[in-house]
Design a protein around this ligand. Sequence first.
Ligand code: HEC
Length: 170
Amino acid sequence: MSEQHDRQFIQTFSAVLAGLVAFTVVIIILALIIHDREFDGEQSAARQAAVEERLQPVGGVYAGETGRAAAQAAAEAAAASSEPQVAFEGSTDGEMIYGRVCAACHDSGAAGAPRLVAGEMGARVADKGRETLVSNAINGINAMPARGGRSDLSDEQVAASVDYMLDQVE
Ligand code: HEC
């Protein structure tokens, strides 16, 4: 190998080394900047709290008098949150319930749902009477799902919507 060749190699090699060193320095500076921005005091406190919350045990161990009280409170809270929800907060506003639940089918006549016209719903009430229509609306009939598919509607709420429907065809 010639001396000329060696010199050229050393030059190229130094250039590559210098480039790598510069790259390392840039990476270190970037890391410092990111670290400063992401982990300053206040934010890391919030982070810490979030981590602690995620680390909470799923179940609790209760012992003694205070433990019994805590267990009871936890059981009551669980029972309260699993209480059945009544649709529309128990409202018996037939027009509102019709609009939110029944109109989907009864406005368009989807699947053969009687529309609020004399020839359809009007004919049914003349034929069967209000009581039968209410009980069929509650229990379902053919393609008509029980309670219009909203099992959280009470009997009174379904009856109120039927009354609203019948008012429209009088
Ligand atoms: C998924 C569509 C759909 C929804 C939602 C729906 N209905 Fe119906 N409804 C029908 C169909 C279809 C019929 C016709 C059933 C039959 O007689 O074959 C029907 C029939 C009825 C009848 C007549 C029953 C009879 O004995 O002739 C009443 C009353 C009624 N629906 C009330 C309601 C009320 C009140 C609601 C809302 C709480 C409601 N429907 C929501 C599809 C629906």
